[in-house]
Write a protein that binds this ligand. Sequence first.
Ligand code: AMP
Ligand code: MG
Length: 341
Amino acid sequence: MLAIAACAGAPPSRHEYEHGAMGTTFRIVLYAADPARADRAAAAAFARIDALESVLSDWNAASELCRAAAAAAAAPGHPIALGDDLVRVLARSQAIAAATDGAFDPTLGRCTQLWRRARRRGELPEAAALAEALATTGHRHVTIDAEQRTLTAGRAGIAFDLGAIAKGDALDQALAVLRDHGLPRAIVDGGGDVLAGAPPPEGSGWIVGLAELSADATEIAPIRHAVALAHGALATSGDSWRALEIDGVRYSHILDPRSGIGLTERRLVTAIAADGATADALATALSVGGPDRAAAWLAHFPGAGARIEWLTASGMTACAFGVWPPMMSAPIESKESRRER
Ligand code: AMP
Ligand code: MG
């Protein structure tokens, strides 16, 4: 009897953690039999996210991203050495930019800086400044050599903004840390973008509420549906967050890379993919491309799918593309499962 009890061990219990990083709150929920191991794993996962922030941030001039971009921008045509994390995220960014005809573009840095300032001041960027900034952008003007681990800029003045993929990559890396600590039954949430590992002990997936478009542009509608997610990521992008409203027109924080101007269509995109970086970047790309381009772009990403909601003159329309829903989609009542950004 004693021997059996000793072998059986404690059943896994649920542990939850929170940590502020990358301008949002990251959450981890995991199942572990040993609370001390759970605490150690969560602390290591959050430390990994902090380390990534210091590499990938375009808000901090001392980040590796900003230093590499400045060096590349000052010396077009000359390869600049990159660290492992930066080369991984830039290479993935370039691949997704190519697969989405540049709708997701990591080189919009100069334009997004102008729009951040515009939102602070409550006025549109000046047309001349925007044109000048736009002339520095274009993923096609950047070469990432993943083997040599270098970045080469083809034009002067280029600046990066990885804000549409960095959180997703952070989810991937955080979940990998939890797995390395022997805790695969976990989900990581980065301000509404989530990556699920193995499902909880009971159930086939983690229940994740879906944000919906509201007729009121300033808010997300109450959550009415949920999906069960395991071994996959789900990310949401749209104009309901961080928009600038001028003369009744709402300019999204997501820019159309062709014009450098914030999107004015009312759209909400929820994308799923095998990994967080891809889901995050796809949600942004599909916000730009909308329902017309979704099927063609998603075809480049096996297992990926999306739900796009948009507002037309006759009301709200929604359509699913690629693999959707992730596992199951069910109505939910509880207000507690409201997702936040
Ligand atoms: P997300 O919330 O993931 O859709 O990312 C939006 C953020 O990514 C914006 O706040 C900008 O920093 C940046 N961004 C805006 N437009 C684009 C775009 N078309 N491609 C890539 N990044 C973008
Ligand atoms: Mg994104």
